[in-house]
Design a protein around this ligand. Sequence first.
Ligand SMILES: Cc1cc2nc3c(=O)[nH]c(=O)nc-3n(C[C@H](O)[C@H](O)[C@H](O)COP(=O)(O)OP(=O)(O)OC[C@H]3O[C@@H](n4cnc5c(N)ncnc54)[C@H](O)[C@@H]3O)c2cc1C
Length: 392
Amino acid sequence: MELQDHKIIVVGAGIGGLTAALALRARGADVTVFEQAEAITEVGAGLQISPNGRVVLRALGLEPAFDQVSVQAQSVVLRDYRRTAEVLRLDLAKYAAEQVFSFVHRADLIDVLASAVRAAGVHVRLLQKVERVENGPKPVLHLANGAQVQADLIVGADGLHSPTRAALNRADAPFFTGQVAWRTIVPNTVNLPNEANVFMGPGRHLVCYPLRGGSVVNIVAVQEKAEWAAEGWHHVDDPENLRRAFAGFQGVARALLDQVEDVRQWGLFRHPVADVWQQGRLAILGDAAHPTLPFMAQGANMAFEDAWVLADSLATQPDIEMGLAQYQARRHQRASRVIEAANGNAWKYHLSFPPVRGLAHLALRLGGAVAPERMVRQFDWLYGYDVTAGSG
Ligand SMILES: Cc1cc2nc3c(=O)[nH]c(=O)nc-3n(C[C@H](O)[C@H](O)[C@H](O)COP(=O)(O)OP(=O)(O)OC[C@H]3O[C@@H](n4cnc5c(N)ncnc54)[C@H](O)[C@@H]3O)c2cc1C
């Protein structure tokens, strides 16, 4: 189907919304993004972009701009929290040389996407909070300022509390996973090289990697905790709480924690993947369709994949309804598999009981020594997937 004559609204100028706007515009659609915030901005935090996300940036012509603002990861290193010695080192450059993993500051990625969106002629309307979305032959946005706007298609890339998801699905019941997380960025005074380090402790782990040419280090620290903590990752916390929770951590982790001055904390909640991603002339993507725990670092990468497949399906099917049906058919199973993998991942780093812990670390060490390539390759189904291959 030619998208030239179609007026498409994307709700949300996050990573998913901007990418969808670009992919749809590249197919000729007349695209307008409605964003509730007063500016297209992002919080200070890092993201890992894996090869399956990079292929979408490449297909949209954004790879050179992305490479300017990102750091290429060389390896992943697992460490015990008390010793600085490595439990396992996975050399990405050696065993997955054709797959590029990158670290990027979220604000820098958003800048790359927002510049491209503007250059492509997408209309961006800020300070437009959507209250409700109404499906129909001409779907309608109901804005908080009382205005109503019609389109041929409305795409909800409106995140965790998506009003577009609510128009397609019954409300779900997220549940607290018993884990809280902190995130922060500190100066790279430890000369952390271009690698992701995971420090594994009992009931907690800390991941860190460099950003912005290695000048700063992104930290995400996760702790098992019985008490509930609020969802949403903008809650300011006292750095002392983070330091207390990770008091036993040594070496580089300790040195980084000592520098923390500003930290956010949030509770990790599990949400079901939405059953209905599209109907009539409404569709959802990214966190609106499938919020994920951070343990596979795939939320943004999945949003990239969704955005590409949505535009591709619309362009290759005879009408909007068939395009949207194909979009959900191509995405639901894969996104669900990734989210399941993320749900199952945290406990592996959190083993508490010393003999089990020791054995697990030994198994990791031996596995890494005997078959490092197999350990790197175990996620080929995820990272080696090219959603743009064979696109129409
Ligand atoms: C700590 C942490 C670390 C992460 N690390 C990684 C990682 O390493 N790699 C990775 O791939 N992913 C990672 N993720 C996940 C990733 O950040 C998200 O999955 C991704 O940003 C989702 O993008 P989105 O566009 O779907 O939603 P969002 O980024 O939430 O964007 C939604 C947009 O919609 C707007 N909006 C919402 N409601 C309305 C409304 N009613 N009206 C108008 N506008 C509205 C919002 O203002 C926002 O701009 C991480 C997440 C966390 C919390």
